[in-house]
Design a binder for this molecule. Structure first.
Ligand code: HPA
Ligand code: ZN
Length: 349
């Protein structure tokens, strides 16, 4: 256990932005919600010759660091990425490595990296096995380059919102066959209803799989979807910020000890109603719901964890101690192995 002296908010307020950001960067951090498979635009140079996409196309069609109409517009943009990844597995491997190394440079010490094999297979023409081979080779290469204690695990995204070549059931089948490679299962992408897939979620829960689901992210995906996610057995929720509209839902999250993986800038981008000075995270935290801070899609949203922390400090008054608390919750709720969590706790928290 490291004994830390925390800078107070008054001390932080006297500092300049860069000095503060250096403090957030240095702080050991957990990140539970990172989409690794849409990490690529920034690494488009690896795609040279294999794509008709120019850098200008990428900036206009994929990079998304400004307010848009809704979540669906964002997911549509994520689908364009396949045009870059197609038919070149090396890009996928390389982007995975780069995405993890970028997190390590930001001071993340415990990382959960999620990706959607069906999206990559359907959009890019790979087999599920090829997707897994590339991503896990990419993770291994990053680990080899990191020399300080660092733990990373992969979450499998199965999408209820895509059902062209592969059904959600196909995704669950494939996941269960490859279960030992993953630390958990998520649903992301287009916010389609969960209920028609209840039997598939039950298979996962019956098999003891760790479940985190994107829910309660933007209207009209409100508390009904969040309630369904909890009914289906989610132990954690991706986003979940719509709970702020329902004191009963916040109480349920507290009673069930569920953590929300909050991604502030992502919410600002995909939800026109969100203003950083009044982001629901403040009210949710004050109500006693466990939360942690994440970037969601850093390569598209051009954000980093230390920038998220600084935004929460300047706009909402969160301070160093709050972030320590959130990272402690994130470690407690992480799906990383018991041994990995003990190692992180002993080294950093
Ligand atoms: N929500 C749903 N699907 C996603 C997201 C998100 O924030 N990011 C990438 N896929
Ligand atoms: Zn997400």
């Amino acid at each position: 256990m490291m004994m830390a002296t925390y800078p107070t908010n008054a001390e932080l307020q006297k500092m300049g932005e860069w000095e503060r950001k250096a403090i957030w960067r240095k702080m050991p951090k957990m990140e539970l919600h990172l989409h690794g498979d849409i990490a690529c635009p920034i690494y488009s140079d690896y795609a040279s010759g294999d794509t008709a996409f120019t850098e200008q196309d990428i900036l206009q069609n994929i990079v998304c660091n400004y307010k848009i109409k809704d979540l669906v517009e964002f997911i549509d943009k994520t689908r364009m990425i396949c045009k870059i990844f197609s038919n070149n597995q090396k890009i996928l491997e390389r982007c995975t490595t780069e995405a993890i190394l970028a997190k390590h440079r930001e001071g993340v010490v415990g990382l959960e990296f999620r990706f959607s094999p069906a999206y990559l297979a359907e959009g890019c023409g790979y087999s599920f096995d090829e997707v897994l081979d590339s991503v896990f080779d990419g993770i291994e290469q990053a680990k080899q380059q990191i020399t300080t204690p660092f733990e990373v695990g992969a979450i499998y995204i199965g999408e209820v919102g895509i059902d062209d070549k592969f059904s959600f059931e196909d995704s669950v089948d494939y996941f269960l066959k490859n279960r030992e490679k993953f630390i958990g299962f998520d649903n992301a992408g287009y916010p389609a209803p969960f209920s028609p897939h209840a039997a598939q979620f039950k298979r996962l829960v019956d098999a003891g799989v760790n479940l985190t689901l994107h829910a309660g992210e933007t209207p009209p995906d409100c508390n009904d979807r969040l309630a369904t996610a909890l009914d289906l057995g989610a132990q954690r929720i991706g986003h979940g910020i719509e709970c702020v509209k329902s004191p009963e839902m916040m109480k349920r999250l507290i009673d069930q000890d569920v953590i929300l993986e909050v991604c502030p800038k992502s919410n600002w981008i995909t939800n026109p109603a969100i203003n950083m000075n009044d982001h629901p995270i403040r009210r949710i935290y004050d109500a006693g719901v466990k939360i942690c801070i994440n970037t969601d899609d850093p390569m598209m949203m051009t954000n980093s964890l230390h920038e998220e922390y600084d935004m929460l400090f300047t706009h909402l008054g969160f301070g160093y101690e709050d972030f320590v608390k959130m990272n402690t919750w994130a470690l407690e709720k992480s799906f990383l192995s018991r041994e990995a969590k003990i190692k992180l706790k002993e080294t950093y928290f």
